[in-house]
Design a protein around this ligand. Structure first.
Ligand code: F6P
Length: 359
């Protein structure tokens, strides 16, 4: 009898349930039902506090299209993992190992993004059998061409830009749509291209506000009634890109705006004497049903994870490389960020057809 635990950790995204279903159904097939699956509640929090339940086969039915995660999730910062919780006299790493041993797990399937993979690698190095799957709307996990959740979020963010297009055209306005993605610009780049944005500001390409204003003025002079800027939540200006990390952080903390888009709107208003509207879809981008692409990717990742468990090949993430699902060693994944290469084909194509990156 194999005993496998599953947990989802970090910010949720579309496809988590599809991935849980993918690995669970494949495990029941691979082991001819001779497997017990334990759902760890709320990510590493459940592993630390020993909150889990034995799942029934039926728990994994009817969840392919369901948003969120049936297991719950939480953020447990990696940098705090080895810090003893003095108040509760809690050694978190020891507690996680205890829960693993208490259930008698043969393997733990961990589904998460960047931070999650640092902790997963730590648990693997601590002697637990771990297999992971990469999720996040940000698509910033190293070692995989694609994370699940990304394309579903691209669809939502694109729909937002589409809707803004109709109101912007009608009123002849300039709009900013702020897109999630944390410190990377994948989501904004794809939604910006798919939504036909005129300006796309990414964390990877620091912007010059005067250049952005010039682009908008040129459009106005060409008789265009409206303009749309897709701004990544992590977008930074040229000046900020030259600052020391400490000064940049302090500057952002004291910034009198809820987010960078509002500052850009104010700067453009000053430069152009025109009101700029800001739309922030926020967590909307992580909600709802996974798109068809993500359902397929989750199913493939899930089946691949079960295959690794069957082969007792631990310490790997299932990654997508050149169309194939391959095992990627956790040590290669942990601690790295997959940023948008500034010379990637998507950016070159966007530039060639007139999209400005504000540089
Ligand atoms: O990592 C996914 C993500 O949605 C980012 O795009 C965003 O910056 C962050 O999570 C938001 O985090 P939280 O849900 O904790 O506010």
């Amino acid at each position: 009898m194999k005993k496998v635990g599953i947990l989802t950790s970090g910010g949720d995204c579309q496809g988590l349930n599809a991935a849980i279903r993918g690995v669970a159904k494949s495990l029941y097939e691979q082991f001819s039902d001779d497997v017990e699956i334990y759902g760890i509640q709320d990510g590493y929090g459940g592993l630390i506090n020993g909150v889990y339940k034995k799942m029934k086969k039926s728990d994994f039915s009817g969840i392919l299209t369901l948003g969120g995660t049936i297991l719950g999730t939480s953020r447990q910062p990696f940098k705090m993992m080895r810090v003893i919780d003095e108040e509760n006299n809690l050694d978190k790493v020891k507690a996680m190992k205890n829960t693993y041993r208490q259930i008698g797990l043969d393997c733990l399937v961990i589904i998460g993004g960047n931070g999650t993979h640092k902790s997963a690698n730590m648990l693997w190095e601590e002697g637990l059998n771990v297999v992971t799957m990469p999720k996040t709307i940000d698509n910033d996990v190293w070692g995989t061409d694609m994370t699940f959740g990304f394309y579903s979020a691209v669809d939502i963010a694109t729909q937002v830009i589409d809707c803004i297009h109709t109101t912007a055209t009608s009123h002849g306005r300039v709009f900013i749509v702020e897109i999630m993605g944390h410190k990377v610009g994948w989501l904004n780049l794809y939604a910006g291209i798919a939504g036909g944005a005129d300006v796309v500001l990414l964390p990877e390409i620091p912007y010059d506000i005067n250049k952005v204003a010039q682009v908008l003025e040129r459009r106005e002079n060409d008789g265009k009634r409206f303009s749309i800027l897709a701004v990544a939540e992590g977008a930074i200006s040229k000046d900020e890109s030259e600052m020391k990390k400490k000064d940049f952080k302090a500057g952002r903390e004291n910034m009198p705006y809820p987010s960078v888009s509002y500052r850009i709107a104010d700067e453009l208003k000053a430069a152009m004497g025109q009101e700029i509207r800001v739309t922030v879809p926020g967590h909307f981008q992580r909600g709802g049903s996974p798109c068809a692409y993500d359902r397929v990717l989750c199913t493939r990742f899930g089946a691949a994870a079960a295959r690794l468990i069957k082969q007792e090949k631990y310490g790997y993430m299932t990654g997508l490389k050149n169309g194939l699902i391959v095992p990627v060693p956790l040590g290669e994944v942990a601690g790295k960020l997959k940023r948008v290469p500034v010379d990637c084909d998507e950016i070159l194509a966007a530039r060639e057809m007139g999209i400005s990156f504000g540089d």
